[in-house]
Design a protein around this ligand. Structure first.
Ligand code: AGP
Length: 599
């Protein structure tokens, strides 16, 4: 997710573009850039790092131009450095583009353009777009953009400039673009938060629509070049609300983003029944897999162990990175070390990676932040494409980690010459919609949460592949509500925790269908018999479950292997609502940081 701003009007463009960028920084902040058009030339200034780095460039204060485009980046292709920062230019610097989205077929387009003599400077998919528009340019920018976009697969929200045309060309497919209509000026942005200071009159571009915006007029077309007319609407939100898209906290917004986030994780990686990963690992060498991670990422690793051992038959261990790095681990060339990290900067996980590399172990990373240290130091890996995760408590990144681990397990299975069950792939594709069915019941969880604000302890119990989900549910609760919570394998309760059971100890059971469902029922009976309080997550209505449960939530049914992706959602929402109802700082809980870059 990146931030785009564009301006055309009677004021000086640069200060407006910079102010607009700063309001979009929450959408991505690994590099930023600006391009202005003046006297038939384009000038581009860009820097890696946050927008503050770009602001330091003195030249920005000298430029006087009335039309420009700007971008703050969340890298998806290519490291977050200055070369890969947007805007990107065509060969001869006549066309500039800023882009939010993912062009899935950029490699084939780049090959075609390279054969036609185009030379590229960056690793990004966006630069390909600038050259593609140049390829079709014959004196009219809008026509060239339309022709170029007919060749593009994937998502985009773009703003395009040509040095000889005093207009903006804007287009959208899958990434938001809003056009703000001011007095003798137009400001375009990814979110209304950058538009509100100038105007509340907006036009929302829809997918496969294009806007051609001049100094004093604009027109809209679809990608067939036919004119269209979208209503002018009034923005009713304030700035704070818009940054969070109307959600009270980033964490809640990110919980609701999970269907789209995992679609992005899967995008281009499941095609025609095949898994496609850019894995440079020598799979034939792997005799053992170790997964090292911390916190929530360690929980997804535990789920990954279940999936990798089931689908590949390779023995897989999971270790806290902080333990692995100091242990006399048995690691050698036959081992594949997988590291999982949302931030890609966690010190213990980075240390575990470096330790394994010195032992000649192959390494593979599952990372969300493109170009982060861990992403740069693993031999190969997959990016999660979850988008920026601002809330300290990890939610969408966790889900995307589990999906990425599943894809890795299936990819290895496929590379070993085994077929992947088409039913499994169908069930995977159905998950985003099923998650949405749960997030739509957020208010139901809020009602349940309201009953437990005074409790000081919780127990979370699950079995098999849902044991790590119990751990994750407990971590979510304790890190944002400061209520002590423990996750346990349900069968382990009899070996100690059952002594804790009383009317003040709510026990959350994950009781969805699975190989040991009946055993979970027995555990619930043991809690009930001791006067315990039971909150049940299940995937089917059952009078007996209702009888045992103080609160019961029915979630969509799926395969047991995929059930963690759904079962964790009510646990995220339960934790969120308890913390919010307690009036706590959900996005920035006390004592915690989003990325633990110290030991
Ligand atoms: C999870 O909600 C916490 N924020 C924390 O446990 C986190 O998962 C852990 O610090 C690992 O971070 P990473 O994935 O960025 O390496």
């Amino acid at each position: 997710m990146c931030g785009i701003v564009a301006y055309i009007g009677e004021k000086s463009a640069v200060p407006l573009l910079m102010e607009g960028l700063k309001k979009l920084e929450y959408r991505g902040y690994d590099s930023a850039g600006i391009c202005i058009a003046c006297n038939h030339r384009l000038e581009v200034i860009k820097r890696s790092g946050r927008i503050a780095e770009l602001e330091k460039v003195a030249r920005l204060n000298e430029i006087s131009a009335r039309i420009g485009i700007a971008h703050t980046r969340w890298a998806t292709h290519g490291a977050p450095n200055e070369i890969n920062a947007h805007p990107h230019l065509s060969c001869h610097g006549e066309i500039a583009v800023v882009h939010n989205g993912i062009i899935e077929n950029f490699r084939s387009l780049k090959d075609m353009l390279t054969k036609e003599g185009h030379q590229f400077t960056s690793d990004t998919d966006t630069e390909v777009l600038a050259h593609l528009i140049e390829k079709f340019y014959q004196g009219d920018l809008a026509t060239a953009v339309i022709k170029a976009l007919h060749n593009v697969e994937g998502t985009f929200g773009i703003a395009v400039l040509h040095k000889d045309e005093e207009r903006l060309v804007i287009a959208r497919r899958g990434s938001p673009i809003i056009i703000g209509l001011g007095q003798r000026e137009t400001i375009v942005a990814s979110d209304a938060v950058s538009i509100i200071p100038h105007t509340k009159k907006v036009i929302y571009l829809n997918d496969n629509e294009i806007a051609i915006i001049g100094m004093h007029d604009y027109r809209l077309q679809n990608l067939n070049g036919e004119s269209i007319a979208n209503d002018i609407q009034e923005i009713r939100w304030n700035i704070e609300q818009i940054e969070k898209r109307g959600f009270k906290h980033f964490m809640l917004k990110e919980i609701f983003e999970q269907p789209e986030a995992i679609r992005n994780t899967m995008r281009g990686r499941i095609t025609n029944g095949q898994i496609k990963l850019s894995l440079h690992t020598d799979i034939s060498r792997i005799k053992r897999i170790i997964i090292a991670a911390c916190g929530t990422s360690w929980h997804s690793a535990l789920i990954g162990k279940n999936l990798i051992e089931k689908y590949t038959g390779i023995p897989t261990e999971v270790d806290y990175a902080s333990e692995f790095r100091y242990r006399q681990s048995i690691i050698n060339r036959d081992v594949l070390l997988i590291v999982i990290s949302q931030s890609g900067e966690t010190a213990d996980t980075l240390a575990a990676l470096r330790k394994a590399k010195t032992a000649g172990t192959q390494t593979f990373g599952l990372v969300n932040v493109v170009g982060s240290t861990i992403a740069r130091e693993v031999e190969s890996g997959v990016y999660l494409h979850a988008g920026p995760e601002i809330g300290v408590a990890s939610t969408k990144a966790f889900l995307c980690q589990v999906v990425a681990l599943l894809l890795l397990a299936l990819y290895i299975k496929q590379q070993n010459g085994e077929q992947i069950d088409p039913t499994l792939l169908e069930k995977i594709e159905a998950i985003p919609e099923q998650i949405q069915q749960v997030t739509e019941r957020s208010d139901e969880l809020r009602e349940i949460a309201a009953a437990y604000l005074a409790n000081r302890n919780f127990l979370y119990l699950g079995r098999g592949i849902n044991y790590p989900v119990a751990l994750e549910g407990a971590l979510k609760l304790k890190e944002i509500s400061y209520i002590h919570a423990e996750g346990y394998p349900a069968a382990e309760m009899k070996h100690g925790p059952i002594a804790l059971i009383d009317a003040n100890m709510p026990v959350v059971f994950i009781a969805t269908k699975g190989a040991v469902f009946d055993k979970v029922i027995s555990n619930m009976q043991e809690v009930k018999a001791r006067g315990g309080i039971i909150l049940t997550i299940t995937d089917h209505d059952n009078p007996y479950l209702r009888e045992l449960s103080n609160h019961l939530m029915i979630v969509p049914e799926t395969l047991e292997d995929l059930s963690p992706l759904i079962n964790v959602i009510p646990l995220q929402l339960l934790a969120y609502h308890i913390a919010d109802l307690k009036g706590l700082n959900v996005d920035k809980p006390r004592n915690l940081a989003k990325s633990v870059t110290v030991e």
